[in-house]
Design a protein around this ligand. Structure first.
Ligand code: PLP
Length: 396
């Protein structure tokens, strides 16, 4: 089979791979529990589902403009103004098939072959592959746990070259749950403006902040606003992962370029899901606080429990729904007669022996950690952590 060099360079999503193995085991009746999925366990709120049903009944089932309906774009503009005070028009908005698609479109719109994109590690698994798909080159900055997995400005300067075209900022972060402060973002904004590079600002977890405040970097001045491509979506805030609606907000020429490509690649995102998303953005928002309260309970339990298990530790995440657990204390040791050297080997062994699915950190660009999602029930969390503890005590 002839496969392009470009396609061969793209690795499959490791998070989705773990999730599919987990789902397969479950289907076979194996009582496995999962910390793998980056997906709210809540159902989509009723008012949003009803809006979709109404859209079908009203035969809102045809093509919409390729870059999304005016109504949904306006709802995004209104949301932006309400949340940030920034005034955008519908020419600054594109609706895509999920946040992933918005990011892919963005990289395709701004990169020429060989252009570099700075990505702080640990990073969300898809950024490097998206950059490669757009003929760009990912350039990594490795952060340290001691610095809350945030890079320093010296590191950022060192990563910059004349080919640097963009920097990816994801706050709150997947996989670490860290949230950038206003001061940190101001320094990053000054850097981006000085070098005239884009900031791809992925704020898909913006409503899930438990400590401090989410700041949108575009609010830090007109110059940085012009360089910022904001990416967001319905999946995490409204428990709408399967509906596949995301969006980007940026300067009109960038949005136009993204829209042109989208018009040929996919046409419009699903018309019914777009209608439902208007309701999501403009309807009752109380669901978010209920969901947040539940996430905080789960996070607090997990942080305490993990830090009480010998060899494991974690920082308290301030947002999103992930714990980035340090497992270095249990690596380089024998478990059940077999040397376990890497987080990947550890996750495989724990899945096979203790029936707990977790995502090893290698896919996020940093060794020695495991990502656990707490977008799952308290029951699963307690069972899962019990099993991990028993595994490490040699009782599995
Ligand atoms: N950005 C980050 C950091 C994510 O974790 C995800 C999903 O896991 C996305 C973007 C994309 O979400 P979706 O394509 O489901 O809207």
């Amino acid at each position: 089979m002839r496969i392009s060099e470009k396609a061969k360079a793209i690795s499959p999503s490791p998070t989705l791979a773990i999730d599919s193995k987990f789902k397969q085991m479950k289907k076979q009746g194996i009582p496995v529990v999962g910390f793998g999925a980056g997906e709210p366990d809540f159902n989509t709120p009723e008012n949003i589902k009803q809006a979709a049903i109404k859209a079908i009944e009203n035969n809102f089932t045809r093509y919409t403009p390729a870059s999304g309906t005016l109504e949904l774009k306006q709802a995004v503009c209104d949301k932006m103004e309400k949340d940030t005070g920034l005034k955008y028009t519908t020419a600054n908005v594109i609706i895509c098939n999920g946040g992933k698609h918005a990011l892919t479109n963005a990289f395709m719109a701004i990169l020429n072959p060989g252009d570099e994109v700075i990505i702080p590690a640990p990073y969300w698994v898809s950024y490097p592959e998206m950059v490669k798909m757009a003929d760009g080159i990912p350039v990594y900055i490795e952060t340290e746990e001691e610095n809350n997995f945030k890079f320093t400005m010296d590191q950022l300067e060192a990563a910059f070259t004349p080919k640097t075209r963009a920097l990816v900022i994801n706050t709150p972060s997947n996989p670490t749950g860290m949230v950038y402060t206003r001061e940190e973002l101001q320094e990053i904004a000054d850097f981006a403006v000085k070098h005239e590079i884009y900031v791809i600002f992925d704020e898909i977890y913006e409503k899930l902040v438990y400590e401090g405040q989410h700041i949108n970097i575009a609010t830090l001045g007109d110059e940085i606003r012009k360089l910022t491509i904001i990416v967001n979506g319905m999946a995490k805030t409204y428990a709408m992962t399967g509906w596949r609606i995301g969006y980007a907000v940026a300067e009109a020429p960038v949005i136009k370029a993204m829209s042109n490509m989208q018009s040929h690649a996919t046409s419009n995102p699903n018309s019914i899901a777009q209608s439902a998303s208007v309701e999501a953005l403009t309807g009752d928002q109380s669901f978010i606080d209920q969901m947040k309260a539940e996430y905080i309970k789960r996070r607090d339990y997990m942080v305490k429990r993990i830090n009480s298990i010998e060899g494991l530790s974690c920082r308290e995440p301030h947002g999103a729904f992930y714990i980035f657990m340090n497992v270095k204390g249990v690596l380089g040791k024998e478990h059940y007669g077999r040397m376990i050297h890497t987080a990947h080997e550890l996750c495989e062994d724990i899945l096979d022996r203790a029936l707990v699915a977790m995502v090893p950190s290698e896919g996020f660009g940093l060794d020695g950690y495991v990502r656990l999602s707490y977008a799952t029930s308290m029951e699963v969390i307690t069972t899962g952590l019990d099993r991990i503890e028993e595994y490490l005590q040699g009782k599995s």
